[in-house]
Design a protein around this ligand. Structure first.
Ligand code: ADP
Length: 472
């Protein structure tokens, strides 16, 4: 067989507290689903263990049924089973009510609830005779799996398994992350640049030899402008101009914006410090005030359109944006819309209808919005940090860096964390739109044709899984 040694299929079990689209809070939920699908497509066996939240979106679970029960931690745990996006999922429902609280995160005892879940998940594997090759856990919320496994379960009959731990965001729960780093066999984070940015952190620094940065991908079936129920016209890179025009019109109509052929800037984000709140606000004002060609119907000023979709877990930030929305909707009603909620269907229409997606994060472990933007032919305008640096190559400055990856430049970037940086990138982006529509349209086509799926990263994970097995 041409010297290729065929490795037998691995059995990988993810223990996670988020999973898109049924229990998604941020990128972690997307990654668990899309990485698993990519690895399963390469003929490996994958199961996911998730808490059975009362707020699960069960409409997206196929063949949902009661599986069995067991007792652990002084309570009965009912186990349910179903298929999500073609993946096998076990749902643990402890009868102590830990996951009947109407949300994933946000309770004072989150650490206790998730610690319980991690322990219960390992107990479930043990009591049901599972022998996985890899147990993959994520962030602080399933970090306890790493040390509970090494301190207890490895001795009880789950001895074949190796533990892989992924840091999606080092900002939360660093103590738990440090402990999981110590106990895991291999550890990853979600981009090479972020892995270098956090290499000096005390949770990470002692463990660099087993620590790897692997870029996230997006699931090309879940994010597919050719097959998307939330946009009016299917499109590929071949008819990107018509497809995006139809989506822009639908977006303008849906949000009550002026129907005009103007650059439309989109922002889709959690509104938190990490995402660069002051830079987001500046980008909104810059978009509305920058000189263009068509005066606004409301204020007579010349500017572009901006649509922000975002919500803030911190009520002070949420209120701040509600005030900004009220102000903008009275002064720039035809040009600005701030939608301050979580709305997956609307996010699809924005990716498809926007010319630009701005991501001015202060730090960004990987970032999925810029990748999804490109899949829909929207040009990313980003701050050059973490995974944004690894995936967005400035058309004016990063030709060589892109070429080294076998790519062509695909967006606009800036370095500083001040208004000047945003202006620098956004001004060039908007000028490109006005001054060279053909060039701009060909850029949209080009970014759509770049592959930001899991094709490559899934192979990197498999190599890592195999390397973990070899260290047995
Ligand atoms: P993070 O995990 O830090 O929030 P990522 O860029 O990794 O950031 O992932 C964010 C994901 O959440 C993307 O899929 C994005 O489209 C989605 N998202 C963020 N805010 C909203 C919102 N208000 N409505 C719908 N989707 C959102």
């Amino acid at each position: 067989f041409g010297g290729i040694v065929k490795e037998p299929p691995l059995h990988i079990i993810h223990i996670s507290v988020e999973m898109a689209p049924i229990a998604k809070v941020g990128g972690l939920g997307d990654v668990v689903t899309s990485l698993s699908r990519a690895v399963q497509d390469l003929n490996h066996n994958v199961d996911i263990i998730l808490p059975k939240y009362d707020c699960l979106n069960l409409g997206n679970v196929k063949d949902f049924h009661y599986h069995n029960n067991y007792f652990w931690g002084g309570t009965e745990i009912k186990v349910w089973r179903g298929k999500v996006e073609g993946l096998s999922v076990y749902f643990l429902e402890p009868q102590n009510g830990f996951f009947h609280v109407g949300c994933v995160y946000g309770r004072a005892n989150d650490a206790e609830r998730f610690g319980f879940f991690c322990h219960a998940a390992l107990e479930f594997l043990l009591q049901n005779g599972f022998h996985p090759d890899i147990i993959h856990c994520h962030d602080w919320s399933s970090a306890p799996v790493a040390w509970l496994f090494k301190e207890n379960y490895v001795h009880y009959g789950l001895s074949k398994a190796q533990v892989v731990f992924t840091i999606h965001n080092l900002e939360f729960g660093a103590n738990f992350i440090a402990k999981a780093m110590q106990h895991s066999d291999k550890a990853t984070t979600v981009s090479p640049t972020y892995s270098r940015e956090v290499a000096g952190h005390p949770a990470v620094a002692p463990h660099l030899p087993k620590f790897h940065g692997i870029i996230n991908g997006i699931d090309p079936d879940i994010w597919d402008p050719y097959n998307d129920n939330f946009i009016p016209v299917s499109y590929t890179s071949e008819n990107v101009v018509e497809g995006k025009r139809a989506s822009k019109e639908a977006l303008q109509l849906r949000l009550g914006l002026e129907k005009a052929d103007l650059p439309l800037v989109g922002i889709i984000t959690r509104l938190t410090h990490q995402k660069g709140i002051h830079l987001i606000k500046h980008a909104i004002w810059r978009t509305l005030e920058r000189g263009g060609q068509n005066p606004c119907l409301d204020c007579g000023k010349i500017g572009m359109q901006i649509v922000l979709l975002g919500s803030a877990p911190d009520p002070r930030i949420q209120n701040d944006f509600v005030s900004l929305a009220n102000q903008l909707h009275s002064t720039h009603n035809a040009r600005a819309r701030l939608c301050l909620s979580y709305d997956e269907p609307l996010s699809h229409l924005i990716y498809a209808g926007a010319d630009f997606i701005v991501v001015p994060s202060i730090f960004e472990p990987c970032g999925l919005t810029q990748l999804t933007a490109m899949r829909y032919g929207a040009i990313p305008v980003v701050r050059k940090t973490g995974g944004l640096y690894d995936t967005v190559f400035d058309v004016d400055h990063d030709k060589d860096r892109a070429q080294a990856q076998g790519l062509e430049p695909n967006g606009f970037g800036f370095d500083g964390a001040d208004a000047g940086g945003v202006d620098y990138a956004l001004n060039r982006a908007i000028s490109a739109w006005y001054e060279g529509r053909d060039w701009f349209d060909s850029l949209c086509k080009k970014v759509m044709e770049q592959d930001w799926s899991w094709n490559r990263p899934a192979l990197d994970y498999l190599e890592l899984y195999h390397a973990a097995r070899k260290s047995l």
